[in-house]
Every structure is written in structure tokens, then in C-alpha cells.
Design a protein around this ligand. Sequence first.
Ligand code: GRG
Length: 309
Amino acid sequence: MVQTDEQLGAQKKASVFNLEGYFKEKKQLVEKALDKSLSIGQPEKIYEAMRYSLLAGGKRLRPILCLATCELIGGTPEMAIPTACALEMIHTMSLIHDDLPAMDNDDYRRGKLTNHKVFGEDIAILAGDGLLAYAFEYAATQTKNVPADRLLQVIARLGRTVGAEGLVGGQVLDLESEGKTNISAETLTFIHTHKTGALLEASVVSGGILAGASPEDIAKLSKYAQNIGLAFQIIDDILDVTATAEQLGKTAGKDLQAQKATYPSLWGLEKSKLQARQLIDEAIAQLTIYEEKAEPLRAIAKFIITRNH
Ligand code: GRG
């Protein structure tokens, strides 16, 4: 039967992926799991500090990417949820340490006072350390129905991601570059692929590993993640210039104030937007073979460049 243009249009509309609904459902799952993952123990103060930042909201992008990829490769949310929580614990600890006076010195994060502003610097450092250690313990002990060799790969990957090969390395170069006016695009890209990209890539890849992805899948997923990771950071830099503190939930204009090299300072706003768009197109191109099963990952990639917070 030949379909009319109207019928085809209606069909297309109905099949448009509902990212808002998807985010809402996955976010609820993640929030519930995070709340359950960490109850108050002794000494109470450190658990309160850890929970304060872990449950302070945020987009929960990393856990959602992990869940989405696990499902894309044929796994279940149950297989990925402990790793998804571990990823958010690692992300949260990196934000706590990043906000410290010795680093970015921020008073607000996710619309709330930063951890050290509420609990003091000493406890904030320890809350970060506690979350980092617990992330590994949690993924290792709580993951069910996943072969041990896959879990071991995920844990090794997470270790590499947080260390000098990843977040720590990126942060060091970022700190060393502050106030320098001659930072190259290569240095800036090194900083961001390590500081931001590495954890996004680990989120995507770990979901795949848990579900038993092939080396070919992992290669495609890695490329997808590297591209969205860099685009994410370009947009972050753009938002630091264009968004309000209210939209960001943290101080706006911080990069300019700290004389940080950013993509807009290097390329200007228009070229930065164009580069981000190209990276997203390349990321989406990696997903072709997965057809409609990859709709969540495609929609997340598009969200990254249209987000305003
Ligand atoms: C990991 C051992 C270890 C130490 C930390 C401080 C540090 C080393 C690294 C800094 C990492 C960092 C803060 C990178 C910035 C990443 C980034 C763009 C954060 C904002 O992410 P969103 O927008 O935030 O996903 P929400 O609040 O939505 O989760």
C-alpha cells in the first residue's frame, strides 16, 4: 500500500525520539540508585558531605550514557547501574576537588554552595577521596549478572580514566596553563580530552563492555564518545561566556576572570559553534550500523550542542 505524504509525515513525527521522556526516566532510575548506594554511617559528617554533593542534582549525563550504551549492545539496565553510579561518584568527586580554593575556587555548584563552603576544605578533600574509593568498591561488589572479566576491564578502565592518563593529567595541564596567553589549540584539546573527555568516553565504553561489545563496537563507541566529549567542552566554554549564573548553577564568566584559554578565546564564538556541530555530526556518523537502536545516543549527542546549562 502506498502511503500519502501526510501518513509518512505522521509516522515520522511519531517515531521522533522523545529525549525529554528518556532523560526523565533514566534520571529517576539513577537518582534512586545513587540515594540507595550511600547511606549515612560513622563518622556521620563525612557521609553527609559525600551525600551532599552526590545528591545535589546535575544532568547525570555520565550514568545515562553508560545505561544507553549497555542497552544498545543488548545488556540490561541492571547490569550497568552500579557502574553508572560509580561514574557519577567519580564525576562528583572531581567537581568537589575542582571547586576547592587550591584549584578553581568556586562558591557555587549545581545551584548550591560548594562542598568546602558547607563542610570546610578539610572535609571536602576527604569527601572527594571517600567518593573516589567508594566508586570502585561499589562497582566491584554490586555488579550482578556480568562475567567477571568484563567487570575487571571496566574497573581497570575507570582507574586509567581518573589517573594521570585522564582527569588528573588534564587538570594538571589546565592549572599550569592558567594566565598564559599563548596556549595552542593542541594544548587546549589535550586538557579537555583528559579532563572532560576521558570520563565521558569511559561512561560510553564501560556500558558497552558490560554488555559484551565486540572490539569493532568499542572502536565506534569510543569515537562517538571522543567527539561528543570535545563538543561538550566547546559548548561548556561557550556557555561560560553566554549563559547566566542561574542557568549554569555556578559562577558565569569564570574562564575570562581566571584568564583561562578557551575555544571561544582561541577561535571566536562562531567558529567554536561550527566545530562543535561538526564533532556532533561525526559522532552520529559512528552509529549508522545500529539503526534505530542508537536513537538515545543520537539524541544525547544533539542535546549536547543545544543545551543551555
Ligand atoms: C579524579 C582523582 C581525581 C581528581 C580530580 C579536579 C580534577 C582532578 C579534575 C577536574 C575535572 C573536571 C572538574 C572537569 C570538568 C568536567 C565538566 C565539564 C563538568 C561539568 O559537567 P556537567 O555539565 O555537570 O555534566 P553536571 O552538574 O550536570 O553533572
